[in-house]
Design a protein. Structure first.
Lengths: 587, 588
């Protein structure tokens, strides 16, 4: 957690902006097109006041109006505004494309990054926070970027164009405009700088609250069972109050930008009106020109306002983007070596040599762990709860890398082979069942999408899932909801087993997998597993005596270390820890 | 436009003052804005035309003054608007969260956690942004549009007719586009929700996904949904992008009309140059404000869509209702007996439970009585209804038929919080919360003493590993208990239930992650509790319930056997099968 925060703080706005630009570069053609359209839009927009001013000058007073001139100008105006309208529309579409495509790219990249982040990171960061980065932050960023494109873009163009047109009419009045306007810019950027920190604070508090909400809402059943609603609400309210405070600050201060810049606007307007009036008095300026100027004064300052408004919006967007990039740039797991081999024709020889590992550097867990498993052997891992049995799985599957020592399959260090081929050769059933959203069929064939219907049904039958699946509303096509809430724990487990059954991997890891299935089914599964385990190297985190007794090697673990190793009979004869464990069950 | 946010607006109630003052100050500012073109017209007609320099200076000063007043007004308005919007959102968040806590399991099954989370987070954020914008601009923009129209009338009635024609036309176009895009934005939001769901799933299943090398297919799936979202966004964007150009063309078309009619009016001497400039100025003000209004409407539309979704969540009522009139507090049937430790009597009278209307019943005609202090074993196959049965006791669900009675009182007549306070339940999935072990233990009993916690940990076989940790009870549990093993979590959840010395203790298959030795010790400890709650043990294994006073054997939602281990072995075929499979296995 702290690591991520630090990273995020270190993140300069400019750096973030640079990264955003790198994403935009891919759409350079669209950007150029959008730029051209912006020029057209701005030019035609600015031409209109000139035409209007000319028209006004053609109608000096009673009986002194040049109707044919006005007629010509009027027609010109209609053409100009049609051009403006069309190019503006096309430009908007371009901008939409750029924004949403960029956002799509960013989301895709985040998702790809998520797949290679080390489990160490994912295990230690609230998933709510990560989800909020991928969804909410990116969404906010999109809003900001779109606004940036549609307004900052044309805004800059507008400023240049207006300057050009104004200089063509009167240098001195232009000077007045140019001198006053930057004020608005300074004010805006001053406010923006101040609000950036506030937005970050708001964003962070929001993340904290989201993480809390996720915990509470997902486990609402426990919250209710323990009548903890009030306490939860109190804690929530505390966060809510903080969020309200920061939010109010961020919202209010950022929203002062508009009035402040509008004020500068009005100053410019007054300035132009006054100087223009004096020039007109001396006959250096026609009334029509003055009207065009007033119009320009508005148009010249408007982009300044908008840019500054956009800048505050962008502050928020960049704060969000920074959080997204921080996630994206989290150190990924060590990639497979370039010359990493694919594990093929696996015999199932597994060796652990002097392995040391701990989750937290200063809390030793596994120290000096050595084990040699021959092909087809069954290894039962037993020991008191929390002795590090699941850690062995994390290491065998290479979810985590060992700190010291070597784990080897068929004599090859697993760090020298691709993760994909390693994991593809190990079938895993975890204690916590996880099914993906999709049909039962999709879940069973997850490991082998190309399996035939017969193979899938055979696997389901072998894991005794077929009969309950058939009774589901749509059989194999029943859609499993998120978190598999429409299946019982046992049913989920059966599906997880069927999933592995279909793959027929040469090695197996079974983590207390059969614990939630009733004994009748469990027995059948046990038989199926025995079948599956025949000739396959298997690691079983075991609780069941039959499994343990039938194992070739029993690892008795305590405090992260193997303290005893041998088969059932040998261990009983040792009269050690295993002996005590065994007797506590049956004495 | 389908605004049904009545329940939401209640939360705005406390900000009446801000809701009135914010727009009011905005209107004031708008009023001053409207005066500016008039002043300019005066400068042209009376200052320039007459060569009156002091008058021009005076008017210049007036312009400056208007600017200062405008600034003050609008900053004040921004403050009130921000305060109301942010406060409203905070209150709403509180309200929605509090509401979610009143929902029963049935509703939560239906709605799902991810939907609830979206409502609480991004939806409310949208509502906040929309409210803030609406308070600032919703009144201001129409006011300026109308004001400009009215002022145009004061200048010249015939010229003002152009305004009369254009403004409604513009409104028509703007609202037309709004109406078309609104349902599309709803779709965009629902696509975003799906993306959220996929991301969450990806994180929760990360181990399985990696074990099956499914990273690529996850990315592909996410990519598909991402693409669908983007395409929808682009489609809506295309239509929304029409808004500005179309309004621009209309307004400037009106400008051309102004100039044409203006030419005639000036020729006749009914209009001055300054006045036509003022009119042109008003026209461009109308444009600016209408564009703002359009943007406001877009944001408000999103806000209303989110608001409606929040509203429908608030409309979902918790199905577990307390029957009125009966106050269980202090009633002798379920008297406060904290400490003396005698359990309660639990009776099921012909209980049936159906989760979904028209669905298969999960439980059918269950009848039994658990006497005070008895240990009741519940056994049966997967999906036999074991969990459903025990979930009826704390009223996680209400029986569809029949009644569940505690000490002779129907649970439906008991206050839910009172009822649950007397029950300790340990669920299948061992859930712990971020916080210290001590804090987690106090979920069971808010004012639990150190001693009570220690005793509960001891009984649940958890004290050994807790005190192996350097911080002991102050050990910080991470979200979801990730830094503990499954078995450790389970023992802590058992301890949490024991801390409250419940009258009814329910263990819903809650020893599944324990190794056999710990499981055996735990069972022994439960048999020798220093007090005598009525205990329900749901299990897959006969060994866990062998010593129970009564064993309920469930099969497909029906009670197929009831009695002690010995009795059931003699009479109950299902039990024999279960026991047989396990017995043989242990002899192997």
């Amino acid at each position: 957690m702290t690591q991520g925060k630090e990273l995020q703080d270190q993140y300069g706005q400019k750096q973030t902006l640079g990264k955003v630009l790198r994403y935009i570069r891919k759409y350079l053609v669209l950007v150029i097109f959008s730029l051209i359209l912006a020029v057209v839009t701005v030019a035609s927009t600015l031409y209109l006041p000139v035409l209007t001013g000319d028209a006004v000058d053609l109608m000096v007073g009673k009986g002194n109006v040049d109707f044919s001139g006005v007629w010509v100008l009027g027609r010109k105006m209609i053409i100009v505004l049609a051009v403006t309208g069309i190019s503006q529309w096309l430009m908007n579409i371009c901008n939409n494309h750029i924004t949403y495509r960029v956002v799509q790219d960013i989301r895709r990249d985040v998702m790809e990054r998520l797949q290679i982040l080390p489990l160490k990171y994912l295990d230690s960061h609230p998933s709510g926070d990560i989800v909020s980065r991928v969804i909410a932050d990116v969404d906010q960023f999109a809003d900001g970027l779109l606004l940036g494109f549609t307004q900052a873009f044309t805004g800059a163009m507008m400023i240049l164009g207006t300057l050009f047109f104004m200089l063509g009419i009167n240098v001195w009045i232009t000077l007045v405009v140019v001198l006053i306007t930057p004020l608005s810019f300074f004010v805006a950027s001053f406010i923006a700088r101040r609000t950036y920190a506030m937005f970050q604070l708001q964003s962070r508090t929001r993340g904290e609250q989201t993480a809390f909400l996720e915990e509470m809402v997902e486990n609402q059943r426990v919250v209710q069972a323990y009548g903890h609603e009030k306490e939860a609400l109190e804690k929530f309210d505390e966060m809510n109050r903080r969020l309200e405070k920061y939010s109010l600050r961020a919202t209010f201060f950022s929203s002062t930008t508009n009035p402040a810049t509008r004020f500068v606007n009005n100053l410019v307007y007054a300035g132009v009106g006054l100087t223009g009036a004096f020039f007109a008095l001396r006959g250096h300026l026609t009334v029509g020109m003055l009207s065009a100027f007033l119009n320009y004064a508005n148009q010249y300052t408007k982009p300044f306002n908008e840019i500054s408004g956009v800048v505050t919006e962008l502050q928020n967007a960049i704060a969000c983007a920074a959080r997204v990039f921080a996630l994206m740039e989290t150190e990924p797991q060590i990639p497979d070596k370039e010359d990493a081999a694919r594990l093929q024709n696996v015999q199932g020889n597994v060796e652990l040599k002097r392995v040391a590992f701990s989750y937290v550097p200063d809390r030793k867990l596994i120290t000096d762990f050595t084990l040699s498993v021959k092909p087809g052997q069954r290894v039962a891992i037993v020991g008191p709860t929390g002795c590090g049995k699941t850690t062995v799985i994390n290491l065998l599957m290479r979810f985590y890398d060992v700190d010291q020592g070597v784990i080897a399959v068929d004599g090859r260090d697993i760090r020298d082979i691709t993760r994909e081929s390693l994991r593809g050769n190990i079938g895993m059933v975890l204690q916590e069942t996880w099914l993906k959203e999709g049909t039962v069929r999709e879940n069973i064939t997850m490991g082998r999408p190309d399996a035939s219907e017969e193979e899938m049904i055979a696997a389901a039958k072998a894991s005794h899932a077929h009969s309950f699946i058939r009774r589901l509303p749509h059989g194999y096509d029943t859609v499993i909801k998120e978190d598999g809430d429409n299946l019982s724990q046992g049913q989920k487990q059966l599906l997880c087993i069927a999933r592995v059954m279909l793959c027929q991997p040469p090695m197996l890891i079974l983590d207390e997998a059969t614990s939630s299935i009733d004994t009748r089914t469990e027995r059948k599964i046990q038989e199926a597993f025995s079948e599956l385990m025949r000739g396959r190297t298997s690691f079983i985190v075991a609780h069941r005596l039959s499994t343990i007794k039938n194992a070739d090697i029993i690892l008795v673990m305590k405090d992260g270390n193997i303290i005893e190793q041998g088969n059932h009979r040998q261990l009983l004869e040792q009269k050690g820890f295993y002996y005590t464990l065994y007797n506590s069950q049956f004495a | 436009m389908g605004i049904r946010m009545k329940k939401l607006l209640i939360y705005l109630k406390d900000y009446k003052k801000e809701c009135i003052l914010g727009p009011l100050f905005k209107l004031l500012e708008a009023g001053f804005d409207l005066i500016v073109p008039l002043v300019m017209a005066m400068i042209i007609d009376r200052g320039i035309a007459a060569g009156n320099t002091p008058f021009i200076w005076q008017m210049g000063l007036v312009l400056l003054l208007l600017a200062v007043i405008g600034l003050t007004c609008s900053i004040t308005a921004q403050y009130f608007a921000a305060k109301a919007a942010v406060g409203f959102a905070a209150k709403l968040r509180h309200g929605v969260f509090a509401h979610i806590e009143t929902l029963s399991f049935r509703e939560m099954d239906e709605i799902g956690a991810s939907t609830l989370l979206t409502r609480l987070t991004s939806d409310i954020n949208q509502v906040q942004a929309g409210t803030n914008m609406a308070l600032r601009l919703f009144l201001r923009s129409p006011f300026i549009v109308l004001g400009a129209g009215i002022l145009a009338f004061t200048i010249d009635v015939k010229m003002a007719l152009v305004f009369v024609v254009v403004i409604p036309l513009l409104a028509l176009v703007i609202f037309g586009i709004m109406l078309v895009t609104m349902p599309m934005y709803k779709k965009v939001q629902s696509f975003l929700d799906q993306l959220l769901g996929t991301t969450r799933q990806n994180l929760s299943g990360v181990r399985v996904i990696r074990a099956f090398n499914k990273e690529a297919s996850q990315i592909a799936r996410f990519g598909e949904e991402n693409d669908r979202l983007t395409r929808m966004q682009l489609f809506v964007g295309k239509i929304s992008a029409l808004l500005n150009p179309v309004t621009y063309i209309m307004i400037n078309g009106a400008l051309v009309a102004l100039i044409w009619t203006g030419a005639v009016r000036i020729h006749l001497g009914d209009l001055s140059q300054g006045q036509i400039i003022a009119l042109i100025n008003y026209m461009s003000q109308v444009l600016i404000e209408l564009v703002k209004l359009a943007n406001t409407i877009i944001l408000t539309t999103k806000c209303v869509a989110c608001g409606n979704r929040i509203q429908s969540l608030l409309e979902v009522e918790g199905s577990i209702k307390q029957e009125s009139g009966e106050k269980p507090t202090g009633s002798r049937d379920f008297a406060d007996r904290r400490g003396d430790g005698e359990g309660a009597e639990v009776e099921f009278q012909d209980v049936s439970l159906t989760y979904q209307e028209g669905g298969e019943p999960a439980l059918e005609h269950i009848c039994f009585t658990a006497a005070r202090g008895q240990i009741i074993g519940v056994i049966g196959g997967t999906g036999a209804g074991k969990s459903s049965l025990v979930h009826l006791i704390p009223r996680f669900y209400d029986a569809t038929e029949g009644s569940v009675k505690i000490n002779g009182r129907d649970v439906k007549s008991l206050a839910v919080d009172e009822l649950r306070q007397r029950i300790g339940i340990v669920m299948q999935r061992a859930v712990l919360f971020q916080g210290t072990i001590r804090e987690n233990m106090r979920w069971g009993k808010g004012d639990a003493t150190e001693e009570e916690i220690l005793q509960a940990l001891e009984l649940a076989q958890a004290s050994e590993f807790v005190f192996q940790k350097e911080e002991g009870l102050d050990y910080q549990i991470e979200q979801g208990g990730r830094n503990l093993s499954g078995g450790q979590r389970q023992r802590l959840t058992i301890a949490r239930a024991l801390v409250r010395r419940p009258e009814i203790l329910i263990l819903d298959d809650s020893a599944s992650a324990l190794d056999f030795a710990t499981d055996a010790r735990l069972r022994k400890a439960l048999q020798n509790l220093p007090y005598r709650p009525t205990v329900f043990i749901v299990s897959q294994r006969t060994s866990s319930i062998q010593h129970a006073d009564q064993i309920l054997v469930l099969d497909d939602g029906e009670l197929v056997g009831i009695g002690t281990h010995q009795e059931l072995l003699k009479r109950c075929q299902v039990y024999q099968e279960i026991y047989g499979s396990q017995y043989k296995e242990e002899e192997e």
